[in-house]
Design a protein around this ligand. Structure first.
Ligand code: ADP
Length: 227
C-alpha cells in the first residue's frame, strides 16, 4: 500500500504539472506582445476552460485520496434507482444529440436501492460521459432491470470499444487505453476508478464487455433494498 501511495503521488504531480505548464505557457504567449481585446478575450476564455479541467481533476483526486485514508461517509437513504437513471438520462440525451448520437433510455424497471444519491449520480455520469466521449456515431442505450435481488444498470454504446487485453486495466487510476485518444477529449483516467469505488461502496460491482470498433457495455449491479 505504501508503494501504491507513492506511485499515486508521483502520478498526481505529473497530472497536475501538465495542465499547469500549459496554462503558464498560454499566459506567457498572451503577455509577450500587445494584443487586440478579442485576442485577450479568446486567450482568457481558453484559460478558464483549463482552470475548470484542473478543478475537476483536483476534485477527483481529493475524493480518491479521502477514500484511501478513511472510510468516506455516505449519505445512505432508500431511493428509486429508476427515477435517478431517468433524470440523468434526460441530461445526457441533450449532450448525445448535440453530437449526433442516438440516445435511448429504457426500459427502466421500478427498483429501490439503499444508496447515496449524489455518489450514484456521479457513477452514472462518469459512465455516460465516457459513452459519449468514445462514441462518434451510432447510439447509446441506458436500461435498468431487476433480477434476483439485484438492480442491473446497462450503459451500452456503439463506440470505439476497448481491446480485450486492456479491459481489466481501465479501472486503475490514471489508466488510459491510448493516451492520445483520451488526452484530446480531456480524459485523465480517473473516471472509472471513481465509478468502481462508488459501486463497491454500495456493495455492488461494475463490469465491462467490449469489442474493439463495435462498442462497449458497462454493467452496474447493486443489491436492491425492497425485493
Ligand atoms: P478517462 O478520463 O481517460 O476517460 P476513465 O477512467 O473514465 O478515464 O476511462 C479509462 C479508459 O477506458 C479511457 O481512457 C478509455 O480509453 C477507456 N474507456 C472508458 N469508457 C469507454 C467507452 N465507453 N468506450 C471506449 N473506451 C472507454
Amino acid at each position: 500500500s505504501f508503494r501504491r501511495m507513492s506511485e499515486f503521488t508521483a502520478d498526481t504531480s505529473h497530472e497536475l504539472k501538465t495542465p499547469l505548464c500549459a496554462m503558464r505557457g498560454e499566459a506567457e504567449v498572451l503577455l509577450s506582445k500587445r494584443r487586440t481585446p478579442e485576442e485577450y478575450e479568446e486567450g482568457l476564455a481558453h484559460l478558464v476552460e483549463r482552470f475548470d479541467h484542473l478543478n475537476r481533476l483536483i476534485n477527483d483526486l481529493t475524493l480518491l485520496s479521502e477514500a484511501d485514508s478513511s472510510p468516506v461517509r455516505l449519505e445512505m437513504s432508500p431511493l428509486r434507482l429508476d427515477l435517478l437513471v431517468q433524470n440523468i438520462g434526460n441530461l445526457f440525451q441533450v449532450l448525445a444529440e448535440q453530437k449526433g448520437i442516438l440516445f435511448e433510455v429504457g426500459p427502466l424497471e421500478e427498483v429501490t436501492v439503499l444508496g447515496d444519491k449524489t455518489r450514484l449520480q456521479q457513477l452514472l455520469t462518469n459512465l455516460l460521459d465516457n459513452a459519449i466521449k468514445y462514441t462518434s456515431k451510432g447510439s447509446i442505450k441506458l436500461t435498468l432491470e431487476k433480477t434476483e435481488g439485484t438492480a442491473v444498470v446497462n450503459v451500452k454504446d456503439t463506440g470505439m470499444g476497448i481491446p480485450k487485453q486492456e479491459q481489466d486495466k481501465i479501472f486503475k487510476r490514471f489508466y488510459r487505453v491510448d493516451k492520445s485518444r483520451s488526452r484530446e477529449t480531456g480524459g485523465i483516467g480517473l473516471g472509472l476508478s471513481i465509478a468502481e469505488w462508488i459501486a463497491h461502496a454500495h456493495h455492488g460491482v461494475i463490469e465491462v464487455e467490449s469489442e474493439l470498433n463495435v462498442g462497449s457495455t458497462f454493467v452496474i449491479r447493486l443489491p436492491v433494498l425492497i425485493p
